[in-house]
Design a protein around this ligand. Structure first.
Ligand code: ADP
Ligand code: ZN
Length: 708
């Protein structure tokens, strides 16, 4: 096929200017040129693109590359052209002339690389074109997007197997930076690969030191971040979970750190983003605070620290971002802050991303009743927020997700933030319930692996990440905080420590393996919600034994006892498969300690953050009326809820039409201080600003004054 022996090493030198292949590249390139299907898993920056770029030059015709981001493809095309490789992209914004030019170059055999987004394959015309002028190879970049089990599923990737079916026998190369063994298997199945060669490299990063640093309270997060950033020289990249978190952290660091600090997130204008990225690449910036919108396609070799201010939802996401440190091979740090409330926040995102089969069914029924054949009145319009009441659902996150699923099946269409219904609905809901259940299970599993990673434990931090991807454990790295710190000092616990430990053990002993950690935490915190009172759990002796200590702390304490082998979990799954989780019980050692038969030596037992919560003065109220997300200030929450009641009375409309509980939580956890900030809060917009924006800010100002 290559017409004789091709010297790929020479092409590497002549066309790419590199002296040697990196690990895995030669194997991938050879297999691709031979026409074998391959799955290439290499960390970002390892040089995946070469694995198709070089074959593209070596083979006749063009290779077709699917890549998820149009913005990135334009850059890639520019870079390729700079190397003298004829490359192009077609996308929704291409002019007819541009498309015609590309078609012409393909027919003439000039084009070497064509980049497209997966949506392209929705268009029959494009599929027909590809059929008439088949590429030599089909390349799927960011291939983990094809798997529902991956952390970044893109429904349009699911279509790609149709292409391999139409073009029977077309060799495929799937490339990704993060794929667990499960996801690799799924990529091969979804793309119908034939005995693919799997190439997995670059997971040894001997210059990276992974660390987890505890930051129990929100204020700790700031001080710990400052200290860490001050303690490291060179370019530092900080990841935070939301735009607002990025903005306020960058603001804080500008005041407290020497050096240039900038912020980056998807809310900036194009030119602002480009300018921040340029300054970062040229080394002008010392610290960049960014959301995960930053990084794809960024290739800066000398990042000395990647600090995660907020915990991501999966190890896949974490490793992809952290792995951007130290690409030059010089020592670099990958630090993650451990903050209990981050778990609750991720849990909250997870619930929003995973509607229950029951909710999806009920939503389907409600919408099928509302839809009507097109009569000229125009389509029926619905909004997630308006469906909350008929569905009896408190938050709109899950409803939004369900509507987006319906969109995939053509039942609704999205216009702005409104959905229009199709004129006809099928008899049965097309979303398969077992897929929903399976996806939730995967997401929960991923989140719990991420959370486990942040916990103490005694296993090498880096090896936990590596074995997650590679599928088997290796040697301790010798550089992470666990390896470097060795065993924590153990001693006989103080009586106060022992009391805290006993409080947990007693409750768990009474309920041995009947409830999960979430309920145990609520019992210890003294919660009186119906899920406890209905079962009489509020009458247990240990109910409220750790009242006021804060749920994140109690959760920490439970994990500590698990790490010390005093508590253990048993996996549990409800008979109908809709719920899964774990049940908590005592180990034999835990039982003996609970009975007072032994007093083992322990590392320092976690202590509640009493000083802080009393300063905020909200801990006793928080216990009475626990707000759903940790770190929501309960006084502010109540005050804003009161405002909502006032608004409802004044306007004669239900309270939730002003703002949802989700928005209320967001307002109370990260209060806006200006109109601009107000407008960035999910669920708020210009109209709402006009109706009550100033009154929200006034309440927040009042609350701040009362704390000062
Ligand atoms: P990935 O797609 O895996 O994130 P890229 O393909 O963008 O990584 O490559 C990252 C960088 O490594 C690029 O600047 C590329 O030119 C460089 N590179 C790739 N292969 C080699 C090699 N064999 N020798 C030297 N540099 C290489
Ligand atoms: Zn280690």
């Amino acid at each position: 096929m290559t017409g004789g022996i091709l010297d790929t090493a020479e092409v590497l030198r002549e066309r790419f200017g590199h002296t040697a292949f990196r690990e895995g590249q030669r194997e991938a390139i050879d297999a691709c040129i031979e026409g074998r299907d391959v799955v290439v898993v290499m960390p970002t920056g390892a040089g995946k693109s070469l694995c198709y770029q070089l074959p593209a030059l070596a083979l006749p015709g063009y290779v077709l590359v699917v890549s998820p981001l149009i913005a990135l493809m334009k850059d890639q095309v520019d870079q390729l052209r700079a190397k003298g490789i004829v490359a192009a992209t077609v996308h929704s914004g291409s002019t007819p002339d541009e498309k015609w030019g590309v078609a012409h170059d393909i027919e003439a055999g000039r084009l070497k690389i064509l980049l497209v987004a997966p949506e392209r394959f929705r268009l029959k015309r494009f599929v027909q074109f590809v059929r008439r002028f088949p590429p030599s190879r089909f390349i799927i970049d960011e291939a983990h997007c094809i798997s529902q089990w991956g952390h970044d599923f893109r429904p349009d990737y699911r279509r790609l197997h149709e292409v391999t079916e139409i073009l029977d026998g077309l060799p495929v190369a799937a490339l990704t930076a993060t794929a667990t063994p499960d996801v690799r298997r799924d990529i091969a199945v979804q793309l119908r690969l034939r005995e693919p060669l799997e190439i997995l490299t670059g997971f040894d990063r001997p210059n990276l030191a992974f660390e987890v640093v505890p930051a129990p309270s929100k204020d700790d997060k700031l001080t710990v971040t400052e200290e860490l950033l001050e303690g490291t020289e060179g370019v530092r990249l900080v990841y935070a979970a939301s735009r607002r978190s990025v903005e306020s952290l960058a603001e804080h660091l500008r005041e407290h750190l020497d050096g240039d600090v900038a912020a980056y997130h998807a809310g900036l204008r194009d030119h602002e983003r480009a300018s921040v990225q340029d300054r970062f690449m040229s080394g002008e910036l010392d610290v960049l605070v960014a959301t995960n919108a930053f990084g794809m396609g960024v290739d800066k070799a000398d990042i000395r620290m990647v600090l995660h201010y907020d915990m991501p939802g999966s190890l896949e996401a974490y490793y992809q971002e952290a792995g951007r440190a130290g690409r030059d091979g010089e020592p670099a740090r990958c630090v993650l802050l451990q903050h209990g409330a981050d778990y609750a926040l991720q849990r909250f995102f997870l619930d929003g991303a995973n509607p229950s089969p029951d909710l999806v069914q009920r939503l389907f029924r409600i919408l099928s009743e509302r839809c009507r054949p097109s009569t000229g009145d125009g389509p029926v319009i619905v909004r997630a927020a308006d469906l909350k009441e008929p569905l009896g659902e408190k938050r709109d996150g899950a409803i939004d997700t369900a509507l987006r699923m319906f969109r995939r099946f053509g039942l609704v269409d999205l216009r702005g933030d409104e959905y229009t219904l199709a004129s006809e609905f099928p008899d049965r809901c097309p979303v398969p319930a077992d897929e929903l259940i399976e996806k939730r299970r995967r997401d929960e599993e991923r989140l719990s692996r991420m959370w486990d990673y942040t916990r103490g434990g005694r296993e090498c931090r880096f090896d936990r990440v590596r074995s997650y991807f590679v599928g088997k454990p290796g040697d301790p790295c010798g550089r992470c905080d666990v390896c470097a710190g060795g065993e924590r000092e153990r001693r006989t616990p103080t009586s106060a420590e022992l009391e805290r430990v006993q409080a947990v053990l007693r409750v768990v002993a009474e309920l041995d393996f009947r409830f999960g950690p979430t309920k145990i935490v609520k019992i210890l915190a003294g919660s009186r919600t119906t899920d406890l009172t209905d079962r009489g759990l509020d009458r247990l002796d240990g109910h409220g034994a750790l009242r006021g200590a804060g749920e994140p702390f109690i959760r920490d304490l439970i994990r500590f006892l698990e790490d010390e082998g005093l508590l253990e979990r048993e996996a549990f799954r409800s008979a109908d498969g809709t719920r899964s989780g774990s049940l908590l019980g005592l180990t034999p050692a835990g039982t003996r300690l609970a009975r007072g038969e032994i007093t083992p030596e322990l590392p320092p037992v976690p202590a509640p953050r009493s000083a802080r919560s009393s300063r905020r003065g909200s801990s006793s109220r928080a216990a009475k009326k626990a707000a759903p997300v940790a770190d929501v200030d309960s006084e502010l929450y109540e005050s804003l809820r009161g405002l909502r009641v006032e608004l409802s009375d004044e306007h004669g409309r239900p309270a939730y039409t002003f703002f949802s509980n989700e928005t209320l939580e967001l307002l109370a956890s990260d209060p806006p201080e200006s109109r601009e900030e107000f407008l960035t809060v999910k669920g708020l917009g210009e109209k709402r600003w006009d109706t009550f924006g100033e009154r929200v800010l006034a309440r927040i100002a009042q609350w701040r004054a009362s704390r000062a």
